[in-house]
Ligand binder design. Structure first.
Ligand SMILES: *Cc1c(COP(=O)(O)O)cnc(C)c1O
Length: 380
């Protein structure tokens, strides 16, 4: 065993130390109430989250994966429909489409923002296109304004995958508009490692339409609007009250934690510039008008795999999101995409590296991360 001090890629323990007392109070409240599924705690969280985001409605569900699935179910996605999305994302972005028998149609990403290219989306639209699922990857919003008009004209629904973008926003006609409030639906994940994380699985769907919101609320309860009367066949995707109570506490701190992440991102960029590393690595770029929330701080690096091994030996833990684009996953082979079909995504999968990023990361830790990277490229 080595005695190097490890810098984790993510550290929930330090975060828990900051809010543990508040969390325990909240848990106590739920435990004494004995109302463990849905109930007033979940209703309060829905109201508070909708208020923070600026959405008319929020419907709490069991996971981010279910949030996506329920949004597509509410939009009536069925076999024969096409849904456009990115091949450079987490698996659930696409499995929600195939689970309903619809066809995922991929559009490649941009090399600088890692987000889906609106130009490629435009090319992918056909008369069968029913929904567009943009993913606001790593905490930065897509440039949705470039495609909104066309979606509206062609009656294509917009379901934003906001799993990594809670609190991200983008300027639109001079106003600040948060992720999850641009489209018909915003789909959020509160998996523990997300910026707003629960202490287990949880998710949420936001929307402005009472009709669509009501449909999601019904579909998450087996399609039942009133007890034991089923309008249609839904799923069981309720949020439990303990998670809602935890999320209510953590929501009160999300602005502070987001600003801490943004500060850490600024520090990484400065350190890279100071070390003259810009020749070997490309730090994440932020599109004009965006508030990046740095769910991940993802660089592009030459000799990525060797760099990752070197850093790991030095106790610097990094991750690769994502090592295999979705169009090349074995379970989607039936779609017939060959290697080379989405070259930007494929190239990124060989170059991206997520550096340690969490609100509590220290200046000293960041200096060590960058120092080790410099050492790898032999310019220390
Ligand atoms: C985490 C994530 C999901 C799925 O959320 P779960 O809560 O884990 O089900 C979906 N899409 C993206 C982009 C994610 O990062």
């Amino acid at each position: 065993m080595s005695d190097v001090e490890t810098i984790p890629s993510f550290d929930l323990k330090r975060n828990y130390a900051r809010v543990g007392d508040e969390i325990k109070d909240a848990l106590d409240r739920v435990l004494s109430s004995t109302q463990f599924v849905m109930g007033p705690e979940v209703a309060s969280f829905e109201k508070e989250a909708a208020g923070y985001l600026g959405s008319r409605r929020a419907v709490a569900v069991a996971s981010g994966t279910d949030a996506l699935l329920l949004a597509l179910m509410a939009l009536g996605v069925k076999p024969g429909d096409e849904v456009i999305t990115t091949p450079f994302s987490f698996f659930a972005t696409v499995s929600c489409i195939t689970r309903l028998g619809a066809k995922p149609v991929f559009a490649d990403v941009e090399p600088d923002s890692y987000n889906i290219s609106m130009e490629r989306v435009r090319e992918a639209i056909t008369p069968m296109t029913k929904v567009f699922i943009p993913v606001h990857l790593f905490g930065q919003m897509c440039r949705l304004e470039e495609i909104m008009g066309e979606l509206e004209a062609k009656n294509i629904a917009l379901a934003e995958d906001c799993a990594q973008a809670f609190g991200a926003h983008r300027a639109r006609c001079g106003a600040i508009v948060r992720a999850g409030t641009w489209g018909d639906f915003g789909c959020f994940s509160f998996f523990p490692t997300k910026n707003l994380g629960a202490y287990g699985d949880a998710g949420m769907v936001t929307c402005d339409s009472d009709e669509l919101g009501g449909r999601v609320a019904m579909l998450r309860l087996h399609g039942s609007a009133s007890s034991y009367l089923h309008e249609e066949v839904g799923i069981n995707s309720r949020m439990d009250a303990l998670q809602a109570a935890i999320l209510r506490v953590r929501l009160r701190h999300i602005e502070t934690w987001t600003e801490e992440r943004r500060e850490a991102a600024r520090r990484y960029s400065l350190l890279f510039a100071e070390r003259g590393l810009r020749e070997h690595i490309v730090p994440p770029s932020v599109a004009e008008g965006n508030r990046h929330t740095y769910h991940q701080y993802v660089i592009r690096a030459s000799r990525r795999d060797d760099l990752q091994k070197f850093l790991s030996a030095k106790g610097v833990m990094t991750r690769v999101y994502y090592p295999l684009p979705l169009h090349l996953q074995p379970c989607f082979a039936y779609l017939g995409h060959e290697k080379g079909a989405f070259p930007v995504s494929e190239k990124l999968s060989e170059e991206v590296l997520a550096l340690p990023m969490f609100p509590e990361i220290t200046e000293g830790e960041q200096e060590k991360v960058v120092c080790c990277i410099a050492e790898f490229y032999k310019i220390a």
